[in-house]
Ligand binder design. Structure first.
Ligand code: SF4
Length: 117
């Protein structure tokens, strides 16, 4: 094979490798970014006015049933088994449809709790 032929073949292989590498790198970047976006959500502050109105607790064991919004609380109810929770069940803090842009404690609870079916 001539030197020109070898150089052309190397250039073709290099271009092919570049074309294959870009989509794979893009896919890896996208899949790595999604969980990070959930984890980056700020934690809901129990003293946030809406959280207080809905009797949100970071730990369901601390629920005060004398609070009108929490009077229906039953032991065993947590954010982790609420229909409103989203995200990865392995995460301690997860998004909730009731508190957009925030993460709630999986061990938490609020007065909007609805059984996940
Ligand atoms: S709606 Fe459900 S998941 Fe969201 S904070 Fe209340 S109990 Fe937790």
């Amino acid at each position: 094979m001539s030197k020109d032929g070898t150089a052309q073949r190397r250039a073709r292989l290099s271009r092919r490798a570049a074309l294959l590498t870009v989509p794979i790198a893009g896919a890896l970047t996208a899949s790595a970014a999604e969980p990070a976006a959930d984890k980056a959500l700020p934690r809901l502050d129990p003293n946030d006015p809406i959280a207080r109105d809905l009797a949100y607790y970071e730990n369901a064991a601390d629920v005060d049933t004398s609070n009108e919004m929490a009077a229906h609380y039953l032991p065993g109810q947590t954010c982790n088994n609420c229909a409103q929770i989203q995200g990865d069940a392995r995460d301690a803090w997860r998004p909730c449809t009731i508190f957009p842009g925030k993460s709630v404690a999986g061990a938490g609870w609020c007065g909007v709790w609805v059984e996940k079916v």
